[in-house]
Ligand binder design. Sequence first.
Ligand code: 5GP
Length: 213
Amino acid sequence: MNPLLVVLCSPSGGGKTTIARELLARRQDVGFSVSATTRPPRENERQGVDYHFLTREEFLRRRDRGEFLEWAEYLGHLYGTLQSEVDRLLAGGRHVILDIEIEGAGQVRARRGDVVAIFVLPPSVGELVDRLQGRASERPRELAQRLARAAREVQEAERFDYVVLNDDREQAVASVSGIIDAAAHRAVHQPQLAETMERLRRALDAKAQQLAP
Ligand code: 5GP
């Protein structure tokens, strides 16, 4: 099966990172693109695992060298997907999940027509706030900024290929997993299909001739 580029988008606190991590734990054919960011690490975050934490200078230098597939500014910090990260995972035959915000998602979709874009909707404002407050690093001002941004982001949901309501984590993980499987079977995502069809056609013709009276 051809590996896919999968964009998983939701407002911050919408649960997309949890879904991505769950998929990663369950499926060997899925890889997670570790983004670069200038945001300082939270207490539980590790360099190279959750993010590649870079200084602003380093980020801008790498951006100017064209190393990012997409990048965006989010609440004063820069975030970006490293092309090398995506290439490495795709070359290994794995579907690549990009856990990114909406602006970056738009850039990826503009550059790569074959991307599978999934929007994860939070079930309620209450749950979103709970999740964000659960992160010790989120101060009231930042929380308000993230919520204001979320209000804008949810309006974009219907422009995505698929929308998953995250009211049940297990169900949401199953839905995203099912979407990846279904998308991988789409004819347009199988460039080797023409060859397979031609091989089958030839074999069928040969068999038909052999059996003809
Ligand atoms: P957080 O600071 O909560 O880790 O991330 C803030 C937002 O940035 C989230 O919506 C997250 O998905 C998004 N984000 C993380 N990595 C990237 C990236 O590489 N590119 C873009 N455009 N957004 C990202």
